[in-house]
Structures are given as C-alpha cells and as structure tokens.
Design a binder for this molecule. Structure first.
Ligand code: ADP
Ligand code: ZN
Length: 599
C-alpha cells in the first residue's frame, strides 16, 4: 500500500503537505475522528480525500452545496480518482448506477447531499457498502447560526450510531468557539482530535482607500493589477451594479451585473459565465456569492461600505480560495458613512436592534479608519490573535501618517454647535472656511465666532476631519433632518480640552502610491501566461468543465517561470500528478514550444 506522501505526489502532484494536513490524515488513517477548522483555501479537501483513497472502502462526503458537487467530482476524476455524487439533480437511472457502483466497491469517494442521509433507503444502502470514512463538510451548518441546512445536518448524528467503527472527519472554516462546541455536541465528536488552524487568510491583501473618484480609482486598480482576472465588485444598489457593469464593458472589461432583481435566466447565465470563463468580472449586490466556490477569484472590490465586519470578511473571503495572492480592495468616504448611518436610522426594529446595528457599523468604520495593521483588527474582531503586524495590508505596506487633530476637531465641533446642530457637513465646512454663500447670509452665519476660523485647512482636509469624527462617534448624523450633524456625548472631554485626538492623514490623489503594479511575478513572461490560459481554456471547453479544473493558476504561473521543455520537467510542476501529466503535458509543452519559436 502506498503512503499518504506518495499519494500526494502521484495523484495530486504536490511535493509536500501543509501542516497539519499530514497529522489529520494520519489520525483518520488510524481510524480516529477529527474536527478540522481551517480557513478557506487552507487545503481541507486533501484531509479526507487521501485517507479515502488509502483506506479500504468508499469515503462518503456530506456536503450541502449541491451546485458544487459536480465540479468537485469532475476535478477528482481528472486526477483519475473514482468519484461520484448523489443528489437531487440526478435522474433515477443515473442515481441507481451510482448506487450499484458503490455496492460493487468501484468508488473511492461519493459526495452526498445531507437531505439524502435521513432517508432509510440511503442508510441501508450505506450499510451494505464498504465505507472508509465519513467527511462532514461545512460542519458549521449544524449550528443555530448555520441557518439553511441545519435540520438535515442535525440528523447526521445518526452516523455515529449506525456506523460506530467508521472514522468521521468534520470540517469547517467558521472559527468561533461557540460554533465549534456546537459541532462537537451535535455530531457527537467529543472524542475527536481537534485541529484548529485559525481564521486568517494570509494570501488576501486588505486595502481600504479614501474615495475621491470611485470609478477612476476602480479603473486604475483593474488596469494596473487585474487586467484579465476574474473578480467580484460589490455595490449597494441594483441600479449601481448595472451602471458600473455597463461602464466597465465600455472600458473593455468582461463585466456582468448580478442582483436579485434580474430574471432567473439572466442571473444563472451570468453566474455560469463567471464560473466557466477565465476573466469575467461580476458587479453585484450582496445577493451574489452564496455557494460560489470559484477558486481563482483574484480580487473582491467594494465600491460601497459593507454594514458589518462579518459581511466584509465573508465577501472579501471569496477572493483567493486557491491560496494564491488576491486583493480585497475598497474605497469609502464620508458619504458612505452618512448613507449607512441614515439607512440604519430608518430601518425597522426596536431601539435595541438599532443600537446593535450601530455598534456593528462602528466596528466596520473602525476598521476603515485604523492606522495600524488591518488584519490584526479583523482577526481580533473574531477573537483570533495575530501577534505581529501582517505585512500584507495597506497600512503595513505603507504606514499611515497621523497628525494631532485636536485643534481642528474642536473647531469642527464648535461650528456644529454654533450653527444649531441643524446643518450637514458641506454647510459647516463653508462656515469654517468663511465662504460667502446664500445660505450663510440667510442664516447670518457670517456673524458667528467660528466663521472663517478654519482657513488653515482646505475643503478636502475638513471633510476628512468630519468623516473621522463621524466614524469615531464624536458626531452623529440626524436622519430626520437630512443629514444634519449633531454632537454626541463623547465630544465633551475633547471640547473641554481634557482629551486630544490623533487623526489619519489622508493621502491626496496625486500622492497616493500604488502598492503593486502587477499581480504576476516580475520575472514572468506575460505573453506566455496568456498563451497558457488559452491552451487551458481550449481543453476545458472540450470537456465542458471550468478551466481551473484542468490546472490552477499556480500551476500555470509555475510554467511561466520554469518554462518546462519536456515531460520530465513538466512533471515537476505543482499540481501535476501522473494522470494530468499524461493527459495534458503534451498540449502545454506544445503551446510553450510554439510560443518560444514565435518569439
Ligand atoms: P479548502 O477546502 O480548505 O478551502 P481546498 O482543499 O480547496 O481548500 O484547497 C485549496 C487549494 O490548495 C487547492 O487548490 C488545493 O489543491 C491546494 N492545496 C491543498 N493542499 C496542498 C498542498 N499540500 N500543497 C499544495 N497545494 C495544496
Ligand atoms: Zn497588516
């Protein structure tokens, strides 16, 4: 019998395990139960796929995401693994064939939707078949916060009763302690070894910039860093998703809108193009994302501020599931803060509910305004600790300047107070700058002691001060009064001179440095990259599967850097096992050869 290490190399084409994959695999190989908590892209699948291949019998994988099963099974078959699935999309004849293959011992892995498992028919089928293990994917679904599939997942406790000797491995990317203990209770996993790998997504680069001209900023970002990549752009309104998608099309991008107001056919088409084609950008409301498991999403961009850190983390988490470098990019400004604060003020619900919402929005704003490592703050929010700054967020890469904003803040607050807490930012800034507008004359604000006291700062700088004061809860925005600013209790010590305040120095448009010019490694032949993608696309189309099932981006990148000349060199690439070497090596070698000859 071959070892896990051999299987990793020959079947999957990877040189080494990412700890603690090896330990997890050993635990299950030895017949023990395991609870695996690993971030998305961490490599959970191998933890059950390899033991399923090596232990006798078929590994049963319970997964709620029916839409993804076919892709997962296709990907395994590409590697020469005997995999199948059973779910409601199969017709009766096909389902029967799969069941027969299982009984005949012709399957290594079988994916099953959880609702099937409560059927007596399925349980008795499994009792007649040789089973090597049960893998319970997305195990957080048992938790009361796991909503959708909960009822079916709770039934999975029968597995232990019916199959006391078959090892079970439960996997999730949801890290909080509450969910973890619920998984253990509900699935009867008290004896299971726990492998907790934290929550961090180190390959995602978090960047939050000040919004000055969102469309142009987005365009620069896309052109400089993601000219031909797949990505998701989130906007708050349906109308805006269509507008941005349309505009990006005019700029030559393959952009498609997605929101709940589109008819089902269009939505399905756009989603499937996103999954199947190489460089589609989806411009979406939050309606897009659930159950999307495209591994090579290279960026997630936010043109509007998410309401909570949870949503931000979940939405940005759709980038870089293959573990490769990806960008989470956002622009935000004062108007976003005001708009969200207003939306919350207007929302239905009890005072308590509104307070909770405000509280969560404040955490999101805190993340935007923070001048230290963003990842530390993010992880901290989820009770995870990152001891050192990450080195892969904008604040780490380009430390932010701060300035003593105490004087400016006092001026701003007293201008709000003197104008009667009845006006929005624009007017108050006009007062501070001593502008001569009709409104100022009308209300006699040129007679105020604060009139014209703020000329040392310009318009933009004042709006930065106000944004930070609102974001940090010194000022609030009065919903009933069209965005009028009001002082909060928190102002008192600052106004009394008992407290000082450090503000973020926003980088002006011209100075704003770009973090990375290109996503691809410097020494890479960009033309070859396109040639290889074309080759991959052709092979994928022939078989009607998404390109990443042929090879992940990483493998193509390695090809660009190492430029293999023969099968031996090709076999050294990560992600190239025996089957794929034989099946695709010649095509790619040919493409590389042609490219070199053309140069
Ligand atoms: P998860 O299910 O945890 O989100 P996956 O199992 O899909 O993650 O793995 C993410 C990516 O990492 C996949 O492309 C997978 O092939 C790759 N991967 C997993 N383990 C290894 C390894 N030991 N070496 C190299 N790549 C790996
Ligand atoms: Zn950082």
């Amino acid at each position: 019998m071959s070892s896990p290490q051999d299987t990793l190399q020959t079947i999957f084409g990877y040189p080494s395990f990412r700890p603690p994959q090896d330990e997890i695999i050993q635990t299950v190989m030895d017949g023990g139960d395991a609870l695996v908590l690993m971030p998305t892209g961490g490599g959970k699948s191998l933890c059950y796929q390899i033991p399923a291949l090596l232990r006798s019998g078929c590994g049963i994988v319970i997964s709620p995401l029916i839409a993804l099963m076919k892709d997962q099974v296709d990907a395994l078959r590409q590697l020469g693994v005997r995999a199948s699935y059973l779910n409601s999309t199969l017709d009766a004849v096909t389902a029967r064939q799969v069941e027969e293959a299982l009984l005949a011992g012709e399957l290594d892995l079988l994916y099953i939707a959880p609702e099937r498992l409560k059927l007596d028919r399925t349980l008795s089928l499994l009792q007649q078949a040789p089973i090597s293990l049960f893998a319970i994917d997305e195990a957080h679904c048992v938790s009361q916060w796991g909503h959708d599939f909960r009822a079916d997942y709770l039934k999975l406790s029968v597995l232990h009763e019916y199959f006391p000797n078959v090892p079970r491995i439960a996997l999730t990317a949801t890290a909080d302690a509450r969910t973890r203990s619920e998984i253990i209770n509900r699935l009867d996993l008290a004896e299971a070894r726990q492998f907790i790998a934290g929550f961090d997504r180190p390959n995602i680069r978090y960047r939050i910039a000040l919004k000055h001209n969102a469309k142009q900023q987005l365009l620069r970002f896309l052109k400089d860093e993601h000219a031909t990549d797949a990505g998701i752009i989130y906007c708050l309104s349906r109308k805006k998703t269509e507008e941005i998608a349309h505009w990006l099309q005019e700029q030559g991008f393959n952009a498609l809108p997605y929101h709940a107001g589109l008819d089902a056919g269009t939505r399905a088409d756009n989603q499937s193009r996103f999954l199947r084609e190489d460089s589609v950008i989806v411009v979406a409301t939050i309606a897009f994302g659930m159950g999307i498991d495209k591994p090579d999403v290279r960026f997630v961009a936010h043109l509007d501020l998410p309401k909570t850190v949870e949503s931000y983390y979940q939405e940005t988490g759709r980038a870089g599931r293959d573990g490769e470098q990806a960008n989470a990019w956002m622009v935000y400004g004062l108007q976003d803060v005001i708009k969200l604060r207003q939306m919350m003020g207007n929302s239905e619900g009890s005072e308590e509910h509104k307070r909770a919402e405000q509280h969560r929005l404040n955490a999101m704003l805190g993340l935007c305004e923070i001048t230290s490592c963003r990842r530390q703050v993010l992880l901290n929010y989820f009770d995870d600790v990152l001891p050192e700054p990450c080195g892969n967020c904008d604040n780490c890469l380009e430390p932010v300047d701060t300035w003593d904003g105490t004087e400016a803040a006092r001026m701003a607050l007293s201008a709000v107070y003197r104008t009667g807490q009845r006006f929005g930012v624009k007017h108050v800034v006009d007062v501070l700058l001593g502008a001569e507008t009709d409104k100022i004359t009308q209300y006699g604000h040129d007679q105020l002691p604060t009139y014209g006291i703020g000329k040392t700062l310009d318009d933009n700088q004042w709006s930065s001060v106000f944004r930070q004061l609102v974001a940090r809860g010194y000022l609030c925005v009065d919903v009933e009064r069209f965005g009028a600013l009001r002082l909060e209790e928190k102002c008192r010590p600052l106004l009394r001179g008992e407290e000082s305040i450090e503000l973020r120095r926003d980088i002006k448009k011209k100075e704003a440095k770009r973090l990375t010019k290109k996503f691809l490694p410097e020494d890479m032949d960009a033309a070859l990259w396109e040639v290889l993608r074309e080759c991959r696309r052709g092979l994928a189309d022939e078989q009607g599967i998404p390109p990443y099932i042929i090879f992940h981006d990483r493998t193509l990148q390695e090809m660009c850097v190492t430029v293999p000349k023969n099968m031996e060199q090709f076999s050294q690439l990560g992600g190239v096992g025996e089957r794929k070497l034989e099946k695709y090596g010649p095509n790619f070698l040919q493409a590389i050869n042609n490219h070199l000859a053309d140069r």
